[in-house]
Design a protein around this ligand. Structure first.
Ligand code: SF4
Length: 581
């Protein structure tokens, strides 16, 4: 540990409330790594929940590590004042990656656990492990001398992206948590000191519900198809070795049994000075592209008393409450709790707002909480195209929500659209999105005139990426050129409209997301390149196989090893209905 590293870490810790620093004596040591920036990690409730739960155990200590900040200096604006940003984290300048709490390298820990919320974060894992002194790939660790193998930490992966389809993360991780991780993490620690080089220990891990152990499965490929892949062939299944289950059941916990935690509060969190509290998991709507609603199809709610208790515990430090969930307005206590918080002088920020649930009361809550922009997700520019995405909501629902919000003083809206909708031509998609934006702007303007203020309508265009366990898992992605052309077409059509802005997510990054999310352990090839600093898309024939191809009805998916979600037959029937309209 260098003096510079310690001073850097102390500076960060001094701006946090709730960080845990424990002595290591006799405890299991867990390094929890967020493979992206500190600011994003500290706004990620899943990451913060694992940290709090492991540290709640007397026999374990959990410390955090992050992707090092870039080397640039400069200023960050925070809380109305400017403070100098540290000039590059030591680990970003070639020094070892160490944890925040004790500045020790990852190799000193018993467990190194990654929280992967986004598929593309997988690209950061090899570099982080190697900077922490741990061989990056499972195959490399297995090839070490027995004495070295015994010393190395167990590498775990969890989080939404890893959990949705664990095969890609399995190129790196010894085990992947599938589904809710709360109970699985406890069960892993209950096994005592990890022995990842011991096959018997791996079998014990595989017996834990919701834990996928990649070494327990031999991948099979069909060499007659699947050009360009290495090893060659289309994915054809995972054959379990003796002692490993044929399928891993996605873990689902009761949100009453595992109440919300009190997360660490960080001044520099991306979402600002906000107390994040979970309200629910899943969504009752089940739009056909949405993994959050399909991975675990039950909508589960946290009881009001548990959410309120967490808000109360955090109240001395934070009076802005970020209510977290894929469907926060569906949480039946949203209105009651929000009004309570407002009456105490605080404010609320729901993680998502569904247009059909916006009424005068909701708009009032958002306005009283200081929101001047609200995000809505039409996904497509017409009801017909929306229906193709399994989201049957009329345009008027969004117009009405925008008018209601404007009357409450919220005159800026951010609208999320998918582009490259399966089976929809460019012309139709561009026309529909541009028409929708034109109409919605007109509706907001009408209300805004009466209150004498007009805001901005911002359209965010994100390429459609098929997700495992959804009805659209069989659908192909559009090509990069096509996606760019659609984004440019929409931007061109609304360029002359005052107060309308267009922001386009990178098609290249979305294709990478599709590739990493829909693949199997053979992503190792590009992860190795990423570990050497070369991040890029795989070759064209590989992309054609994995992302641009409509999958066969009976095709075996890498995520078929997971049992969970809706029956495949029902998903396929819905896909047929949507795509063959
Ligand atoms: S409403 Fe939102 S969270 Fe719910 S299924 Fe649709 S896209 Fe997913």
């Amino acid at each position: 540990m260098t003096w510079e590293t310690r001073r850097f870490h102390e500076e960060i810790l001094s701006r946090e409330v709730g960080a845990v620093r424990k002595g290591w004596g006799g405890k299991l040591r867990v390094a929890l790594v967020y493979p992206n920036r500190y600011e994003a990690a500290m706004s990620n409730l899943g990451f913060l929940t694992v940290y709090a739960r492991v540290n709640a155990r007397a026999d374990a200590v959990c410390e955090r590590a992050f992707l090092p900040r870039e080397r640039t200096g400069g200023k960050v604006l925070h809380g109305g004042y400017k403070r100098p940003r540290p000039r590059g984290e030591p680990a970003g300048r070639g020094l070892p990656l160490t944890t925040l709490e004790s500045s020790r390298p990852l190799s000193d820990f018993d467990v190194v656990a990654f929280s992967l919320s986004y598929e593309n974060d997988l690209l950061n894992l090899p570099g982080l492990l190697s900077a922490g002194g741990v061989p990056s790939f499972r195959a490399d660790r297995a090839a070490q001398k027995p004495s070295r193998r015994r010393e190395r930490p167990l590498v775990l992966a969890g989080g939404f992206a890893a959990s949705l389809s664990p095969e890609p993360a399995g190129a790196i991780a010894d085990a992947v948590v599938v589904g809710d991780g709360e109970r699985a993490v406890d069960s892993i620690l209950d096994l005592g000191s990890p022995r990842p080089a011991d096959d018997g220990y791996l079998k014990e891990l595989a017996a834990i519900p919701g834990l996928f152990v990649p070494a327990g499965y031999l991948p099979e490929y069909d060499p007659r198809v699947g050009n360009g892949l290495s090893p060659p062939g289309r994915f054809a299944g995972l054959a379990p070795r003796p002692g490993f289950p044929a399928r891993v059941v996605r873990e689902t916990i009761s949100l009453e049994e595992f109440p919300p935690v009190r997360p660490v509060l960080a001044e520099d969190a991306e979402l600002g000075r906000m107390a994040l509290v979970e309200t629910s998991r899943g969504c009752p709507k089940r739009c056909a592209f949405c993994a959050a609603a399909h991975a675990c199809p039950d909508f589960r709610e946290v009881p009001l008393g548990l959410v309120r208790a967490t808000v109360d515990a955090l109240w001395p430090h934070r009076t802005t409450v970020g209510l977290v969930g894929a469907a926060v307005l569906d949480w039946r206590h949203f209105r009651v709790l929000s009004k309570e918080i407002l009456s105490r002088g605080g404010s609320v920020s729901p993680a998502s707002v569904r247009a059909d649930l916006v009424d005068e009361e909701i708009a009032g809550i958002l306005s009283a909480s200081g929101h001047r922009t609200v995000s809505l997700a039409p996904e497509a520019g017409s009801e017909e195209l929306r229906t193709r995405l399994g989201k049957r909501v009329a345009d008027e629902v969004f117009f009405s929500a925008a008018r209601t919000l404007a009357r409450a003083g919220i005159v800026s809206v951010k609208l999320y659209f998918l582009c490259g909708i399966p089976g929809v031509g460019e012309g139709e998609e561009v026309e529909a999105t541009a028409d929708f934006l034109t109409s919605l702007r007109r509706e907001v303007l009408r209300e805004a005139k009466s209150i004498g203020r007009m805001g901005t309508v911002t359209a965010v265009l994100s390429p459609f990426v098929p997700k495992p366990f959804t009805p659209l898992q069989w659908a192909p992605m559009a090509r990069e050129k096509d996606l760019k052309s659609r984004q440019r077409g929409i931007a061109a059509k609304v360029r002359s409209l005052p107060n309308v802005r267009v922001s386009a997510d990178s098609p290249r990054s979305s294709l990478l997301q599709g590739y990493l999310g829909l693949s199997d352990r053979r992503v190792e090839t590009i992860l190795r390149q990423a570990g050497m600093g070369k991040v890029g898309l795989p070759r064209g024939d590989v992309l054609s196989e994995i992302v641009f191809r409509e999958k066969d009805a009976e095709e075996v998916f890498p995520w078929d090893v997971i049992e969970g979600g809706l029956p495949r037959k029902a998903l396929r029937a819905r896909y047929e209905r949507l795509i063959r309209r």
